[in-house]
Write a protein that binds this ligand. Sequence first.
Ligand code: NAD
Length: 259
Amino acid sequence: MLKGKTALVTGSTSGIGLGIARALAAEGANIVLNGFGDASHIAAIERELRERGVQTLYHGADMSKPREIEDMMRAAESAFGRIDVLVNNAGIQHVASIEDFPVERWDAVIAINLSSAFHTIRLALPKMKAANWGRIINIASVHGLVASAQKSAYVAAKHGIVGLTKVVALETAQTGITCNAICPGWVLTPLVQKQIDDRAARDRLSNDEARRALLGEKQPSLQFVTPEQLGALAVFLCSDAAAQVRGAAWNVDGGWYAQ
Ligand code: NAD
């Protein structure tokens, strides 16, 4: 379905971004990878994706730095002509009550989880508009729809990216470009494992007990969402069937938001 198209997935060296990159590559898209990780890990991901017959490019832009984002977008365009599918996924978490929240962590969460998407979108849109086709998928969170205590920066950034998604959807409504957000509940990735580890240490629980407690608090299905499920939704949003899905914030959260 995406043969000959190019997808840039920020934060695709791990977790959800990697799951989405794999799903888009399986549909034939060339992949621009981004994110941190050691060179051998990234080379292994590139090898794996290329086995699907697609081309890859890795750019290590730090998504908190607009100049590095600009450099990544230039590199992607000079390698592949344009970005057809843009997945804004890179993200970090910091958990603390608001009066203890380190100012530097607030700035980093807002920069990486929200402002980076403003930069990639503003830079990708001109060529998408010229081609009259594009798919912009922002990986928000159920925390883009509801809040949890101790997550002020994350919840603010994720509500922000849901708002940004709607504005971009309106500004592109009469084009072949769509912009939507995916709002996952708990997905078992390094970002969440850290929260499980912190809970296990705080409440003196085993890893399994801490996982069950984390799910039981918010996610009625008591099961993690998987990167593969999110990859499949991203593929659907790229399809012609989704051409009139615009400005949606689609929760995939085991029932979290239904409560
Ligand atoms: P992860 O930690 O497994 O992956 C994060 C990715 O972002 C990695 O590739 C990392 O290298 C990259 N990254 C981090 N900081 C970066 C920076 N400054 N510049 C470039 N890349 C950077 O996390 P994940 O759980 O896969 O999270 C991916 C996205 O999904 C995030 O936006 C997160 O908020 C969102 N999300 C996650 C969950 C969950 O339960 N795991 C739920 C809802 C939303």
